[in-house]
Design a protein around this ligand. Structure first.
Ligand code: DC
Length: 241
């Protein structure tokens, strides 16, 4: 039955497009696991910052790569808030990894080949049973190139900037609008131009520009694609029997 067929949903796109908001809503609706891969890159960045491996924006990649085997990242579901939280070496870092100083350093850390290799392997393990929604930059191209549904999200940069600014202010972070805009543009540039696993649209991804649509509309659109992909997977499995 299509309803029981589990698929993999990969969501990629530019910074602050609302990928995690959409991914969480889909996961909740389908009772799927949700993995925020950006949080994993942020956690490694926080580790590097705490250990003094980042100075004036430059990462000492040799020291960070040496430590990769002992960086332990996991997600734990918080029943009270109804959200999944990020833990770094046993410590809840969910708030800390969202701060602007981590955002300003994360692009450099996510360019490091060995960092990506470690995190991609972990992500593939997390999704091996399917029934997962994962968001990031390389999910449909590198982590799960065979995902049944791939979404590539985009939105107008000013809309993204406003959303990100509102989100940071609501959490009590001190930041200016100009700082948010500069950070967004910089991260998009590094993400799309880096050598290792750059952000590109997978050939078979569906583009979703959510500049002018509501969260409900985008969720409805993606859920209709989920039904279509589940039916397709179900019928191809049946014809193989
Ligand atoms: O989704 P986010 O903005 O929290 O991600 C933080 C950074 O991590 C982003 O600027 C690029 C990097 N990233 C990546 O390189 N690959 C991923 N799969 C996810 C995030």
């Amino acid at each position: 039955m299509a309803a029981d067929t589990k698929i993999t949903i990969a969501i990629d796109g530019y910074s602050s497009c609302g990928k995690s908001t959409l991914a969480k809503a889909i996961a909740k609706q389908l009772h799927y696991a949700y993995i925020d891969t950006g949080a994993m890159y942020r956690a490694v960045t926080l580790y590097a910052m705490k250990n003094g491996y980042i100075k004036d924006g430059a990462v000492n990649s040799t020291l960070l790569i040496d430590d990769l085997g002992k960086i332990y990242i996991r997600f734990r579901y918080n029943v009270e808030t109804g959200t999944s939280e990020t833990f770094l070496d046993g410590e809840n870092v969910e708030q800390e990894i969202r701060k602007i100083d981590v955002s300003e350093n994360v692009s450099r850390v996510s360019e490091i080949k060995e960092v990506r290799k470690k995190l991609v392997t972990l992500q593939q393990l997390m999704g091996r049973e399917k029934g997962i929604v994962m968001d990031g930059r390389d999910i449909g191209t590198v982590v799960f190139p065979d995902a049944e549904l791939k979404i590539f999200m985009t939105a107008d940069v000013d809309i993204r900037m406003q959303r990100r600014y509102d989100e940071l202010m609501a959490k009590g972070h001190k930041v200016s609008m100009a700082q948010v805009k500069e950070n967004l543009i910089h991260r998009d540039f590094v993400d799309t131009h880096r050598k290792e696993d750059p952000l590109i649209k997978a050939n078979d991804a569906v583009v979703l520009d959510n500049s002018g649509i509501t969260r409900e509309e985008q969720l409805e659109f993606v859920l209709s694609l989920v039904i279509e992909r589940k039916n397709k997977k179900c019928s191809s499995e049946t014809s193989l029997k």
